[in-house]
Design a protein around this ligand. Sequence first.
Ligand code: DLL
Length: 443
Amino acid sequence: MKDGEKYVSKGQKYFDPEIECMSHEAIVDLQNERLLKQVANVWENVPYYREKMKAKNLTPDDIKSRDDLYKLPFLTKDDLRKAYPYGLMGRPLSDCVRIQSTSGTTGQRVVAFYTQHDLDIWERMCARAIVAAGGSREDVVQVSYGYGLFTGGPGLNGGSHKVGSLTIPTSSGNTDRQIMFIKDLSASILCCTPSYAAFIGERMKEMGMKPDDIPLKAGIFGAEAWSEDMRRDIEATMGIKAYDIYGLTELCGPGVSFECSDQKGMHINEDYFIAEIIDPKTGEVLPEGSQGELVFTTLDKEAFPLLRYRTRDICSLTREKCPCGRTHVRMTKLKGRSDDMLIIRGVNVFPSQIETVLLNKGYPANYQIIVGRVNNTDTLDVHVEMTPEMFTDNLGEISKRQSQLVEGLRSMLGLTAKVTLVAPKTIARSEGKAVRVIDNRKI
Ligand code: DLL
């Protein structure tokens, strides 16, 4: 068979139909089989985790199926830091062919290792996501996530190749050139962070372009939290359907889960991961539908196998039947990260709640949240950009608008914030993940 024959034809709904639409019982059987192998592998090859199991008086014999998963110790970002760089590897370095890494801006750099097999399954997951967004060999996929150590570019690039799409590896930045390529090379699917998609859309508007002027039909946006309102804004500006995609470097990168056309949550690739939701305070496993911290066990990863890795991401899971035919469990859009959650005057605040208020009132997703402390009391300042249409130097009008936002935030958060409206284009744009929160209390 020629390589091209394996590629995805137009109209094909799934990349891996037999896996993506497998019965739940068959998925559980596959997970049990892979879990037992993975636990034995980690016990054998990862002394760091073996010691953690021993500390709980566990051996691989105690894990007979996924029902015993709760017995295993968690892994956290702190373990990654302690074991950095090679302490969690399941294969010798000579078997590895790639590393990827996070930027480490929060001081906790993650370095993940991949064998060729690991790259292959990661790209498969990204291929599933592209096909779920309507992609096929007929499509032109522009990958405007960063390339390099960040997983966004390489992951979607590999997935696009597997689908057989023509791949444009623009990486992020040089926004006018992004738009030129979309137009000139008829890109039909755009992959980037939602904040960069919003920025590209804004630039298109400035250039006088309408949604019909570009050939894009879909966007695959992830790597940061974004609200439904932001989705609608991007869809309207670009004339596309926008799909969410989730992942983290520790597990591979993008593609751990992805939206299908029904957009009722992101399907988690259950042949490669077992997902659990736990209470972030007690570690107790919560029943389906409960909101809590997402925990993953990798089932088929060789170089960097992680058992019960705590992501700090907050969401819930559902197994309700999805009209798309995929059977894999779905996670809701992230509520935020447990470490993104701000506690302001004792109230839990997620940046996504603030974004929802702003977008509902017609503001763009260009805002910054600044938290401080004055006389032992937390302060919450929200700087919000006006759109060019609403921009005015009428102070009465600005003050009226600010009061409306203060009221909107009070009813969403139960807190009084100070809102400052700023001129269009004064808040720095992001080509990757947007920096929305500045917490001066830690400094
Ligand atoms: O952001 C991988 C990725 C690249 C995902 C491109 C999707 C698209 P990290 O840099 O390690 O990896 O950051 C992982 O980003 O734990 C979440 O908190 C957040 N995140 C990722 N995807 C989403 C999403 C990549 N769709 C961390 N919605 C994760 C909300 C997301 N947050």
